[in-house]
Design a protein around this ligand. Structure first.
Ligand SMILES: [Zn+2]
Length: 445
């Protein structure tokens, strides 16, 4: 009997230390992403001359029409190689001149969408996006060359490459790969697709917007091929006045759903790609600037932006020209493909984990006012085999402490005082892969 007990304990310990096959596969996913294929695709996209949203749609060699047909054909090709595993289609909305000051004429804003359906939860969507469109110095100018190699053929090529790698695998939740248009004119493509997602009642687990993932030489002179940024806003723009008022007493000023997604990505990168330096930036986007995760966040979906850490403004939104010895223009020569490969891998391992993981716990409630112990309870999550409570100092950006609490829906953290930390709960699947952390949305006594 003693011997049996010892064996059981020893075996539990060894199981806990060996990663599951899905966790091991994350390393393979990283290795499967190809810089050469990303380079080929960036060159192809830049080769369409301009991809301005209002550019030619008839030609098969120049303009946004040719670009989106090529992107759709690539997704179709990937789908053919995985037995039709992708649903590929155009999603489009008509924009008219009166809808914005940056719309030169009425046109269709057309997105390309490829859905890899989840085997168990087909309506749970993990999304990765790049942009189809590009711009010259004048965003109204839809004829001048605007190769947009980094902004944003890099994000688009990364999205296509992630589809190539992940379509060879099966996931519980769906993964959606998208090319969006109209980014430079007011985020119209993202807005259209976010509304489509809402209408179709997609459960968007996370939206990973990739906008400029190929530049390593910053305008500030810094050269760095390891660092990158994850932009996320602090709180949900859909929060009610009551929720906002509650934050004054219960916290949550830096714990919205998009921020939890940013922390999730940060954590998986330092775990699986420790050579990288993820920089969480505590803001929606760069100062006064925008990106396609915003329309998703606007509708209450978790959305973040992944991008290079060091931008070069002479190489974005610029006509190709030489002035005072500076070569302006967003040309292929400035894109660092090994770096774009790394950021694509960052996306791929997070898409994979979120598509394997149970959904995050809902209705997390916290208690422990004037008590020695912090208490949490939450709703049971389908597919979860256990839960982890996370906590951190109130000044820390990352979930630094955790405790596995088993397959329960409430737990008391003995002698951890509620006042000095922030708390959250994650669900864990049988493969050891975790959901995003849910911050409490209510209080109990
Ligand atoms: Zn741009």
């Amino acid at each position: 009997m003693r011997f049996l007990l010892f064996t059981l304990l020893a075996c539990t310990a060894c199981l806990a230390q060996i990663p599951s096959s899905n966790q091991i596969d994350l390393y393979k996913i990283i290795d499967d992403v190809s810089a050469d294929r990303i380079e080929k695709d960036v060159r192809k996209l830049a080769g369409f001359g301009t991809r301005n949203t209002f550019s030619d749609t008839i030609s098969n060699t120049r303009g946004i029409g040719a670009a989106r047909r090529w992107i759709k054909a690539e997704f179709d090709k990937i789908s053919a190689e995985c037995g039709g595993c992708l649903e590929v289609f155009y999603q489009k909305d008509y924009v008219t001149k009166d809808m914005g000051s940056r719309i030169p004429k009425d046109a269709w804003v057309v997105n390309v969408v490829a859905i890899q359906r989840g085997t168990e939860n087909p309506n749970n969507m993990v999304m990765m996006s790049g942009d189809i469109d590009s711009r010259a110095s004048d965003t109204m100018d839809f004829t001048t060359d605007a190769p947009g190699a980094n902004d944003n053929a890099s994000g688009m090529a990364g999205t296509i490459e992630a589809a190539r790698v992940l379509s060879k695998r099966k996931f519980k939740n769906s993964i959606v790969y998208v090319g969006l248009s109209g980014e430079e004119q007011g985020l119209f493509g993202g807005k259209g697709l976010a509304e489509y997602a809402k209408k179709k009642e997609w459960n968007v687990i996370g939206f990973l917007n990739n906008d400029m993932i190929g530049n390593i030489k910053g305008v500030d002179g810094v050269i760095d091929n390891r660092e990158f940024r994850i932009f996320s806003e602090p709180t949900d723009p859909t929060d009610t006045d009551r929720q906002k008022a509650g934050r004054r007493f219960y916290g949550g000023e830096v714990d919205g759903i998009s921020r939890q997604l940013a922390r999730y990505i940060h954590n998986s990168v330092i775990t699986y790609m420790p050579e990288m330096k993820p920089m969480m930036v505590y803001r929606l986007d760069r100062f006064g600037r925008g990106g396609h995760h915003r329309p998703f966040a606007d509708l209450g979906f978790p959305g973040i932006r992944i991008m290079e850490a060091h931008e070069n403004y002479t190489q974005q939104h610029q006509d190709i020209r030489k002035e005072d010895g500076i070569a302006y223009g967003d040309v292929v020569e400035h894109v660092n493909f090994p770096y774009a490969r790394k950021l694509t891998a960052v996306n791929a391992i997070n898409l994979a984990q979120l598509a394997w993981a149970p959904t995050r716990p809902k209705s997390v409630k916290i208690g422990g006012i004037v008590e020695a112990d912090a208490k949490l309870k939450w709703d049971e999550v389908k597919d979860a085999v256990g839960y982890k409570i996370y906590w951190r100092d109130t000044t820390s950006p990352t979930w630094d402490h955790s405790r596995y609490v088993g397959n329960v829906t409430e737990y008391t953290l003995k002698e951890i005082v509620i006042d000095n930390s922030f708390f959250g709960v994650a669900a864990i699947g049988a493969d050891g892969i975790e959901s995003m952390v849910s911050f409490p949305s209510g209080v109990f006594r």
